[in-house]
Design a binder for this molecule. Structure first.
Ligand SMILES: Cc1cc2nc3c(=O)[nH]c(=O)nc-3n(C[C@H](O)[C@H](O)[C@H](O)COP(=O)(O)OP(=O)(O)OC[C@H]3O[C@@H](n4cnc5c(N)ncnc54)[C@H](O)[C@@H]3O)c2cc1C
Length: 300
């Protein structure tokens, strides 16, 4: 099982055949107002990865970040680590792709401005070369998934949909008996990453895929269609889509309470406010889904 308790550390997570690859950005696709997919051309390198794997990108390679890195490393007192990005492409596809959502600096809330994601979303142009390291991570489909279940439930928020998109595309192609439900939370419809692609996949596989959108800042979401709901992903929405809690396999990905949230709460002598992942895990526990059937990855 690949269920794990803490967000995977890109430095220590299992690394099957990890290697550095020099890639060239072939295309930049604007997915939402703050998210872009970078399609990466890898030359003749064999791409040995599983759906759900991530690669890492070292920010030190970008001259545009040099000053920020010097400042951050001095202020934070440690080297800026490589950032992890899940692959949004699936192994059967020709190109490698990552999909990055820009982190925001929120005065009084976040301590530092984000380093790498704004560059990835706004400054990278087709033709840019960069070095990526990959591929790894435990958030992948078990090889025996077909024996374990016939219903995969993907519960995602924001950029948490990225590894699930890879898993979904792959499983729709290679596991014909597997049915999928995607429960996907965002603030507004404009923030839904891969909306067109998800809707196309649903049209192509009407018996095997259902996608449900939860929009936390839209009060009349049902106006977009019967698969749209106003509000956050909560226990009632999850219950509606898990008919047999003893038989599903769940892949949940999205923000969780981060170590920075925990530190800030400790300083304020408070308990950190639950985020998406904490809410989802509590809902799954309430519904009686066995922990061994829950795979999770969090970015917070
Ligand atoms: C396995 C995995 C897969 C991921 N996949 C994706 C993906 O597919 N798409 C995607 O968009 N993102 C993904 N992420 C998140 C990604 O790795 C980055 O964390 C994200 O892009 C933000 O990086 P950044 O350099 O822009 O921000 P950072 O510079 O890392 O800052 C992020 C936040 O951390 C705070 N922070 C940083 N250092 C400190 C400190 N010393 N003290 C207090 N606060 C601090 C900052 O204030 C800010 O709020 C993934 C993460 C993991 C672990």
């Amino acid at each position: 099982m690949t269920s794990h308790q803490t967000p995977p550390n890109p430095e220590t997570a299992p690394r099957p055949k990890i290697k550095k690859l020099e890639v060239m950005v072939a295309e930049v696709i604007r997915e939402t107002p703050d998210t872009a997919t970078l399609v990466l051309f890898t030359g003749n390198d064999r791409l040995d990865y599983k759906p759900g794997h991530f690669l890492t990108i070292d920010p030190h390679q970008f001259p545009a970040l040099e000053r920020f890195i010097d400042y951050f490393e001095e202020t934070k007192g440690k080297k800026e680590p490589a950032r992890a990005y899940s692959l949004s492409s699936a192994p059967h596809e020709q190109y490698l792709a990552i999909t990055v959502k820009e982190e925001r600096y929120i005065p009084q809330v976040t301590q530092y401005p984000p380093l790498l994601s704004p560059l990835m979303v706004w400054r990278i142009q087709p033709g840019t070369r960069m070095v990526v390291t990959g591929f790894g991570g435990p958030y992948v489909l078990p090889d025996d998934i077909g024996d374990r279940t016939d219903h995969l439930v993907h519960i995602c928020a924001g950029s948490g949909v990225v590894p699930n998109m890879s898993i979904l595309k792959h499983a729709l192609t290679t596991e014909p008996k597997l049915r999928h439900t995607v429960v996907y939370g965002n603030k507004t419809r404009r923030d839904v990453i891969f909306r067109r692609e998800l809707d196309e996949l649903t049209n192509r596989h009407p018996d095997r895929l259902e996608v449900v959108y939860a929009l936390s800042r839209e009060t009349k979401a049902a106006g977009y269609g019967e698969n749209y709901h106003s509000g956050r992903v909560d226990v009632d929405l999850v219950r509606k889509h898990i008919r047999d809690p003893s038989a599903v396999e769940v892949f949940a990905c999205g923000p969780a309470v981060s170590k920075w949230d925990r530190l800030a709460a400790k300083e304020a002598e408070q308990t950190p406010k639950p985020r998406f992942m904490e809410t989802v895990l509590e809902a799954l526990d309430t519904l009686g889904v066995d922990k061994n059937r829950i795979h999770r990855e969090s970015y917070g």
